[in-house]
Design a protein around this ligand. Structure first.
Ligand code: XIL
Length: 448
């Protein structure tokens, strides 16, 4: 099939599918809100990064399709995936994501055209003149293939250095073409697909700092000289070393005041429970306070596939259960939960989750810790069960009151039954292995 026919086919299909999705949405007005529907009520999209190789997993696809109104391919549109050798384009994985999104009436963010990372080595080995041609060919190749199908493109990603200097980051593009490569990429992109919004995207630019000042100066310069730019993406990868900045809203607003849209493009916040939920609330509130903040994207559907999996930074846990952070986001978006869905804010139903970790280990025994986290309502008590492998026995237990039935230990609070919505407590215990190193099974947490 020629490129032109593929392009027309893609665009025609997109139109039909979008119309079908609108009809479907109109019929579900009575149902509980989802992230996508609540954000739509605020005139925003709510998206997620998606990996093509998980689309076949039923729970993954069901959560994606139910909750999100936009997708960003996590890796599939990057240079190494789409043009692994010069002039040879491969769109298979990215097409699967775009086709899936269109079948659900979701928008697609294109990520990313010009970036120093996930860049095949052939690009770095070109001389300046060839590199310029290759960069423009790459932009034209991708944007041409998806012409009319991409809501926003991250045209250039991460072109500035961290730290106080506000300097450009070294890359083949910067080093061989100089500062002008960014402007050239945006001009080429505008011509390739005039319907797509063109974004500059970066990290550690979420608050006012030397790096965001440098991006701000570039955007201001582009606007004053008519270089085409429509949006700035703020990746917003947060953790304890890089917390949600207190001047986040102010920073988004100053960019918006330059005459560009702002988007939160790769949001994730390491942590758990009420602290993580509170941080997510701050981010959503900052975006909603800025009228040109047109939408938010979290960097993955579930903690289990996060690029920062040990940080559990997302809204759904590894079992696709809604975390306190989910409830906080839904609530901040003005959405209402499903009364039949324990843990949703305002449902009046006390709920909790129990998670287990082995905190110490020696040849004859181990210590286990169970963390109890309240759902979207405050609770006054909780009950969790721990089923031990037959040989093992518990020699000590703290911060809980046990009752035994065979090898099943039912634990209730000692002093720590009362929890605010999303808050956590826990109990610990010491086990004698008696020859078995197997882990205990933790039952469903119940709350009142
Ligand atoms: C990450 C992906 O999530 C990982 O799967 C991959 O191994 C590396 O890239 N900034 C970006 C994203 O713009 O493209 C990065 O995504 C995360 C940081």
């Amino acid at each position: 099939m020629s490129m032109t026919v593929r392009r027309l086919t893609r665009a025609a299909t997109a139109g039909l599918v979008a119309a079908a999705a609108l009809t479907a949405a109109a019929h579900s007005a009575e149902a509980a809100d989802t992230l996508g529907s609540a954000a739509a009520g605020q005139g925003r999209y709510f998206g997620t990064a998606v990996a093509a190789n998980h689309l076949g997993e039923a729970d993954y696809a069901a959560t994606l399709d139910r909750e999100f109104s936009s997708v960003t391919p996590e890796n599939e549109m990057k240079w190494d995936a789409t043009e692994p050798s010069r002039g040879t384009f491969s769109f298979g994985s990215a097409d699967r994501i775009v086709d899936h999104a269109q079948s659900q009436g979701m928008d697609v963010r294109g990520h990313t055209l010009v970036w120093h990372s996930q860049l095949p080595s052939w690009v770095g080995s070109l001389g300046a003149s060839d590199l310029r041609t290759a960069m423009n060919d790459h932009i034209n190749g991708l944007m041409g293939h998806y012409k009319g199908e991409i809501h926003s493109w991250d045209v250039v990603n991460e072109a500035f250095q961290d730290g106080g200097s506000g300097a450009r980051r070294s890359s083949p593009f910067q080093d061989k073409l100089g500062n002008g490569f960014i402007e050239e990429a945006f001009r080429t992109a505008r011509a390739a697909d005039p319907a797509a919004k063109l974004c500059y995207n970066d990290y550690n630019t979420d608050g006012v700092n030397a790096k965001s000042n440098a991006v701000y100066d570039m955007v201001k310069d582009f606007k004053s000289r008519g270089v085409p730019i429509d949006c700035v993406g703020f990746q917003s990868h947060f953790n304890s070393n890089s917390p949600v900045p207190s001047d986040y809203r102010q920073n988004l607003q100053r960019f918006a005041d330059l005459g560009v849209d702002v988007q939160i493009t790769e949001l994730d916040i390491e942590g758990s429970g009420s602290a993580q939920a509170a941080d997510y609330t701050k981010v959503v509130e900052a975006c909603l306070a800025v009228s040109r903040c047109t939408g938010m994207t979290v960097w993955g559907v579930t903690d289990k596939y996060s690029w920062r999996s040990s940080g559990t930074p997302l809204l759904f846990d590894g079992n696709y259960s809604e975390k306190p952070a989910y409830d906080a986001v839904l609530s901040a978006l003005g959405g209402s939960g499903d009364p039949g869905d324990p843990g949703d804010p305002g449902d009046g139903t006390p709920s909790c989750t129990a998670t287990y970790t082995r905190t110490a280990d020696w040849s004859s025994g181990y210590n286990g810790q169970v963390t109890i986290t309240a759902g979207g309502e405050p609770i006054s008590s909780w009950t969790a069960t721990v089923t031990l492998p037959a040989q093992q026995s518990v020699s000590a237990l703290w911060n809980g009151t046990p009752a035994w039935s065979g090898n099943v230990m039912t634990v209730r609070p000692s002093w720590n039954g009362t929890l605010a919505a999303g808050a956590s407590t826990g109990f610990g215990f010491t086990v004698a292995k008696n020859g078995s190193d197997a882990a205990p099974a933790i039952g469903t947490c119940t709350a009142s």
